[in-house]
Ligand binder design. Sequence first.
Ligand SMILES: Nc1ncnc2c1ncn2[C@@H]1O[C@H](COP(=O)(O)OP(=O)(O)OP(=O)(O)O)[C@@H](O)[C@H]1O
Length: 237
Amino acid sequence: MSTALLEIRNVNTLYGRSHILHDVSFRLDKGHSMSLMGRNGMGKTTTLKSILGIVPPRSGHVYFDGEDISKLPTWKRMRRDIAYVPEGRGMFHNLTVKEHLQMAARPGSDGQVGWDYDRVLETFPRLKERLSNLGTEMSGGEQQMLAIGRALVTNPRLMILDEATEGLAPLIRQDIWNVIATIRESGISTLVVDKNIKALKKLCDRHVVLVKGQVHFDGSSAELDDNLEKIETALSV
Ligand SMILES: Nc1ncnc2c1ncn2[C@@H]1O[C@H](COP(=O)(O)OP(=O)(O)OP(=O)(O)O)[C@@H](O)[C@H]1O
């Protein structure tokens, strides 16, 4: 079995008295790609925030590359080479595309600089054409590409994407899926929250479905196919 890059074990997360995640466990192997699916409100974003320590779990463990990072503050977890592309993209109103990328760029923890400013612009020709535009002046798809580019220039080993294709036109969605595939092919592990089973099945090797904060399904793409009816029921509104 290959080594886990990320593993979460029996994670329980609460907001005040609301118990949201119940003993959530899964693992993502090095260089692999995992989907995290579930209807609205099932705990996907809370899972990501628990991994990052933005909402620290009440109990359970988060391991990254074999190290227990459960007690580390968020900034130290990110410095282990985790990049987060949040839902809503989070552009700065008064920074241009170029400034967004230049401000975020840094080597990874081992000094790796495979993804620098120039490579990001080669990967996203649309960003190259808009270097002096403010992030907020761009279309939704372009903002999403900038959010992904900004995460890439930090040279992560794990990239976490929350609803990256949400609200985008079909052709732009396809562009985003292609970019995520390119990132994965470059050796970065990806954890992708989305609702599009078909696209996720193609992109990811492992799939986790949450229902009411519990792992309802955890399996490979072949196992996903074998359980498609059960999973589609869990995802349908
Ligand atoms: N800051 C918060 N305080 C209290 N409850 C919260 C908070 N954030 C989320 N919740 C609740 O936790 C539950 C899980 O929310 P979460 O955002 O993790 O779901 P999700 O699966 O990511 O859904 P969505 O697709 O809508 O983003 C929901 O019932 C939500 O109302």
